[in-house]
Design a protein around this ligand. Structure first.
Ligand SMILES: CC(C)(COP(=O)(O)OP(=O)(O)OC[C@H]1O[C@@H](n2cnc3c(N)ncnc32)[C@H](O)[C@@H]1OP(=O)(O)O)[C@@H](O)C(=O)NCCC(=O)NCCS
Length: 199
């Protein structure tokens, strides 16, 4: 019987020896990249636009994954925003007839236009983000590994704190810290010159 009549996993993958870390278990990065792909598959059910991964968060590796395990990635859209989609991914390992929940996490994808600017999920194809002008319609671009999508609340996302892995947020965080550094240096200079004046 086809179980997919009720619910389908986003993807299923067999783990090979090439996916192992030095201790012989499956490398976490392999599982992360498959979570990204599975979430991207789920995101495509929400929008026809191309999507990119903005954040992966709260990924928990509950149990080790072994060579030969068949991993099933269940992906559910749990939230949509204006341009973003949040997907919860649960990973199960099939090992010698047993089904073991091994990993879970969330990915946030953002729909983008041809120039990689965020665009409303339900806007027609060919719409541009930013200035809101419309260009010639384009065919949907498949979501690929490492170029995926999902959502998260704006306030939370901007702080970047909630994201375990947050490529996009990291730049913003760096900008903030360099501003802090500059003001610290200014304070130091001021303090030194006051000290000299006293002398
Ligand atoms: C995704 C990207 C286009 C968002 O750009 P941005 O200028 O931050 O966009 P906005 O501030 O308008 O936010 C757009 C949406 O993303 C969400 N978002 C932005 N940063 C986020 C973060 N760190 N975590 C979670 N959500 C985030 C916002 O909440 C908003 O959602 P909403 O429209 O549903 O409310 C940009 O960060 C980017 O291009 N990142 C690189 C993506 C990429 O290449 N991924 C592949 C892996 S490296």
């Amino acid at each position: 019987m086809n179980n997919c009549q009720t619910k389908c996993p986003a993807i299923r993958v067999v783990m090979f020896p090439k996916d192992t870390n030095p201790s012989g278990n499956i490398f976490g990065g392999v599982i992360l990249s498959n979570i990204d792909i599975a979430a991207g598959v789920a995101a495509r059910a929400v929008t026809h636009h191309r999507t990119v991964t903005v954040c992966m968060k709260e990924v928990i590796f509950n149990r080790p994954v072994k060579v030969g395990d068949i991993l099933t990635f269940w992906a559910d859209v749990i939230k949509t925003g204006r341009t973003s989609i949040t997907i919860r991914v649960k990973v199960e390992a099939e090992r010698r007839g047993e089904v073991i929940p091994v990993t879970e996490g969330e990915a946030i994808f953002v729909a983008v236009d041809q120039e990689d600017r965020p665009i409303p999920l339900d806007s027609p194809l060919g719409t541009q983000g930013g200035d809101g002008k419309t260009s010639a319609p384009t065919a949907p671009v498949p979501v690929a590994s490492g170029e995926t999508a999902a959502e998260k609340p704006a306030a939370e996302s901007k702080s970047g704190d909630a994201c375990a892995i947050d490529h996009a947020g990291s730049k913003k965080k760096k900008d903030k810290s360099s501003k802090k550094d500059k003001s610290k240096k200014k304070d130091k200079k001021k303090h030194k010159s006051e000290h000299r004046n006293k002398k």
